[in-house]
Design a protein around this ligand. Structure first.
Ligand code: OKP
Ligand code: ZN
Length: 360
């Protein structure tokens, strides 16, 4: 840790004290319910690595800012998440032992504009997969996670000195959640909330760089028609990789947001050399956009040992990712996203932060 001593200010790391309240039992996979990949143990590994390697000061977040939540998500969606569990148990007390999973969805030929009264129909209206169970504690955990993202952004905006960086260390992740829907283990879009909080704190232009293995469809969607938040994502080619129905290179933004989205899909099997060339492309685009602050949607499921992903990055590569991000010299908010090689998630996340701090 010799090399870290020259920092005057440690990073602030807002960790979600309620994350373990969200613990899904099962996700649907090939006709069976299989154990969830997105588990509380993931975050426990990061916290214990950060206790071993003191890269920042751990903080707990304040209360979630409902007004800010409503700048990213619709009131009808937030209201659904807030009451989903009680509505579910009211249908049948035996439901208390079961997760909420959808069984019916409105495809584009069916209506999305009216919220049905039937509970299962509501669940399907607000999600796009059967892999993201809602449990008794999901809403509490998601709200506290959103508060981590908002507080990390506000800390960076208010901070001075160098490096100006903070992290939202939270789960469930957020980048697949849109204004009006959940999915991909995500409920509230923490990275989008951080970006909005930076905008509200005075950054005229903000960039979100999504390095998770999976395309950040929710974040792209939220900012697709906005000029003030540039979004870029490096991810597995959606022709073969989740979330499949978005993330192609020809999605470049719309209206005022035209040119404000850059997708860099890469084939399964991609290693660090090709991946980091894509990162350089993403970072050059962030500079061209004139961003004054950066949000990093930090998934480490690009790791070679990840059980649901197919890139081949090694643990030392995450140090270089951190250094590359620091070269932008922007106030930076890291937001925890995916990473399912549970035992290595802590080392890989801490490596990004260490690489960033050593280069800053
Ligand atoms: C969330 B994040 C696995 C199927 C994949 C969804 C993956 C969501 C990833 N059997 N299910 O981007 O890390
Ligand atoms: Zn992912």
């Amino acid at each position: 840790m010799e090399s870290l001593r020259h920092f005057s200010l440690p990073m602030l790391i807002f960790h979600n004290p309620e994350h373990s309240l969200h613990a899904g039992r099962h996700e649907m996979f090939r006709g069976r319910l299989v154990p969830c990949h997105e588990t509380p143990a993931r975050l426990d590994h990061v916290l214990s690595e950060l206790q071993r390697r003191p890269l920042g000061e751990l903080r707990t977040p304040g209360a979630p800012d409902r007004a800010l939540l409503e700048r990213i998500h619709t009131p009808r969606y937030l209201d659904f998440l807030a009451r989903a569990w009680q509505d579910w148990v009211a249908l049948d007390p035996a439901h208390a032992e079961l997760d909420i999973l959808p069984s019916v969805w409105p495809n584009p030929a069916l209506r999305h504009d009216v919220a049905p009264l039937n509970f299962s129909a509501q669940v399907g209206l607000f999600t796009f997969d059967a892999g993201s169970p809602i449990t008794a504690g999901t809403w509490s955990a998601a709200q506290a996670g959103a508060a981590c993202a908002i507080d990390a952004a506000r800390a960076v905006a208010a901070g001075s000195g160098s490096p100006r960086a903070a992290m939202a260390l939270t789960r469930p992740p957020g980048h697949h959640a849109g204004a009006d829907f959940y999915g991909g283990y995500c409920f509230l879009n923490n990275s989008a909330l951080a970006a909005q909080a930076l905008r509200d704190a005075g950054a005229a232009r903000v960039a979100v760089v999504d390095v998770d293995y999976h395309h950040g469809n929710g974040t792209q969607n939220i900012f697709y028609e906005r000029a003030d938040v540039f979004t870029t994502s490096i991810h597995g080619d959606p022709r073969t990789e989740y979330p499949f129905y978005l993330g192609y290179a020809d999605e470049r933004g719309h209206g005022a947001g035209e040119g404000g989205n850059l997708n860099l899909p890469l084939p399964a099997g991609t290693g660090f050399d090709t991946w980091s060339a894509a990162l350089q492309q993403a970072l050059a685009a962030v500079q061209r956009h004139g961003a004054q602050a950066l949000v990093v949607a930090l998934g480490v499921d690009t790791f070679e040992g990840d059980p649901i992903s197919r890139f081949t990055l090694g643990s030392p590569d995450y140090l270089r990712i951190g250094a590359a991000l620091a070269a932008l010299r922007l106030p930076t908010v890291f937001v925890m996203e995916g990473g399912y090689a549970v035992a290595e998630v802590g080392v890989n996340v801490a490596n990004v932060l260490q690489g960033f701090l050593e280069a800053a």
